[in-house]
Design a protein around this ligand. Structure first.
Ligand code: FAD
Ligand code: NAD
Length: 479
């Protein structure tokens, strides 16, 4: 029997960040997860393996483009076993690191699966076969999420994969259908396209990445339509059937005859493999949860207040299991907030800007208020855009398709949101997050000297555009 101040259930980026901070603050803490080391979905079958593969995909794409710059490499030869080995080594290196940090911090790590007994105790079925009881003052539930698999898309055949299956890289299919044009579909679709698959993306809404501003998505969509075989918008899969030669898929276009292009959507097609990436659902079916006062909303998320406390005062919840955006850095931040609350601090989870990054090529990133959200809320904003065609750094990279945009409050001139599309957008967005969190205004951005030649200058020059004074574009301020 273990008795501890805090037990954290789930060792993903939410759970392990929480457990590590608790240990740093001197709280006795136990962490429960089925894997040998902490990491969760993000490290074992999400953010990390996908980014290792996207790094390779970008190299393959660039090697093809290099011909235009006077360097010819020839067609890349893909050694799939070695690529898998690289991806697995990346995961192994990170998770052995988190394992070491567990030991250094003397976090009590229980490799197993937790079941709640009541508001102050749980039992863990350890992978060794034994069962351990844990008494706690506080618990943090960080059980994450799992791929959504609607019954219509559920086919009992290994050729129909979710993201976990696709990250295994079983082979390079000649043809791949990606159902869902969101984060996973576009990231993993890009990997397979770079490796040589003919990729078709089917998305049921009128555009890719429904949460992002259209002007940013348009830039990505233009490139993706070149690397992928086809992108079918406003289209749904109505039937999927496994046959000896492949997966037969029937489509239905939701575009009216008025739009005229429903004819481009095939009625039926055979694919070697299918990746289903239509979202994720919270993993809130924690055994025994019904023995507590914890409440779950209609979409399956555990309900929490701004301190991440559930309806059961001793139990907190964080990460994917409490709501969107389902992102690793949001989970980690919530974990740290919950631990500080448990340690007696008067804090809350109240970010002004949570960054979102789609690691495609080009990358797409945004934080804070989007232009679309502002329009939906009927909120007056000024948009200042700087096209990368006017950036010296973008021209040296031969990547002038990018765009930086600022969403600014016209009265206070405060920065409310940032959107970026272009290579490296995922790194650049951090400046926007800091600026928004610090309450920076357009003058602050304009007056901060940015290094030349870098893509960061596009942030400064967007602020200059706001004042009608950008050095590299002529956009006089409207009177
Ligand atoms: P998770 O990482 O889901 O971890 C939950 C853990 O709890 C798991 O290990 C699970 O086994 C364990 N668990 C569940 N039930 C129990 C129980 N009863 N007892 C003990 N343990 C339990 N996000 C980003 O920010 N950037 C990215 O680039 C990115 N890429 C992604 C790519 C893919 C393919 C996928 C699928 C996701 C990606 N995400 C990315 C999302 C990111 O992985 C999640 O937002 C993040 O992992 C959520 O962290 P978490 O701590 O809430 O839970
Ligand atoms: P998503 O919500 O990003 O995208 C799902 C897409 O599928 C949406 O565009 C939706 O309109 C579409 N869709 C839904 N049902 C459909 C259907 N029946 N037919 C066709 N299209 C359909 O979900 P995802 O791509 O599965 O990713 C899940 C979550 O994981 C993301 O929302 C994100 O929070 C996280 N994630 C983040 C990253 C990152 O940060 N780079 C990468 C991967 C995943």
């Amino acid at each position: 029997m273990i008795s501890t101040q805090l037990v954290v259930v789930g060792g993903g980026p939410g759970g392990y960040a929480a457990a590590f901070l608790a240990a740093d603050l001197g709280l006795p803490v136990a962490l429960v997860d089925p894997e040998v080391n902490p990491g969760g979905v993000c490290v074992y079958r999400g953010c990390i393996p996908s980014k290792a593969l996207l790094h390779v995909a970008k190299l393959v794409d660039e090697s093809r483009h290099a011909k235009a710059w006077g360097v010819e490499f020839g067609e890349p030869k893909i050694d799939l076993a070695k690529l898998r080995e690289f991806k697995n080594a990346v995961v192994g290196r990170l998770t052995s690191g988190t394992g070491q940090l567990v030991r250094h911090r003397k976090v009590q790590y229980l490799q197993g699966y937790a079941e709640i007994v009541d508001a102050h105790s749980l039992k863990v079925s350890l992978t060794s076969g034994a069962v351990e009881s844990v008494q706690f003052e506080h618990a943090i539930l960080a059980t994450g999420s799992v791929p959504a698999m609607p019954p219509m898309l559920k086919v009992d055949d290994p050729r129909v994969m979710d993201s976990t299956g696709a990250l295994e890289l079983p082979d390079i299919p000649k043809s791949l259908l990606v159902v869902g044009g969101g984060y996973i579909g576009l990231e993993l679709g890009s990997v397979y396209a770079a490796l040589g698959s003919a990729v078709t993306v089917v998305e049921m809404t009128p555009g890719l990445l429904p949460g992002a501003d259209r002007d940013l998505v348009d830039v990505l969509a233009r490139r993706i339509t070149q690397t992928m075989k086809s992108v079918l918008l406003e289209t749904s899969v109505v039937k999927m059937k496994a046959e000896a030669k492949g997966i037969r898929v029937a489509f239905e276009s939701m575009r009216g005859a008025a739009q005229g292009d429903a004819g481009n959507v095939p009625k039926e097609q055979l694919f070697d493999r299918v990746l289903v990436s239509v979202g994720r659902r919270p993993n809130s079916k924690i055994p025994g949860l019904e023995r507590t006062q914890v409440q779950i909303d209609q979409r399956g998320f555990i309900m929490v207040d701004e301190q991440r406390r559930t309806h059961e005062p001793s139990i907190f919840a964080i990460g994917d299991v409490v709501g969107e955006p389902m992102l690793a850095h949001k989970a980690s931040h919530e974990g740290r907030v919950a631990v500080e609350v448990i340690a007696g601090e008067n804090v809350a989870f109240a970010p002004r800007a949570i960054p979102a990054v789609v690691f495609t090529d080009p990358e797409l990133a945004w934080c804070g208020l989007t232009e679309a959200q502002a329009a939906k809320e009927n909120r007056a904003v000024t948009i200042a855009k700087f096209p990368w065609a006017a950036s010296g750094r973008a021209i040296t990279l031969d990547r002038t398709d990018g765009l930086t945009k600022l969403v600014i409050d016209p009265e206070s001139e405060r920065l409310l949101g940032v959107g970026l599309v272009g290579p490296g957008a995922g790194e650049l967005i951090a400046e926007g997050v800091l600026a928004i969190e610090m309450g920076a205004n357009a003058t602050d951005l304009k007056l901060s000297i940015h290094p030349h030649p870098t893509l960061t200058e596009t942030m400064m020059e967007s602020a200059e555009v706001f004042f009608g004074q950008a050095t590299h574009v002529y956009r006089p301020k409207r009177k």
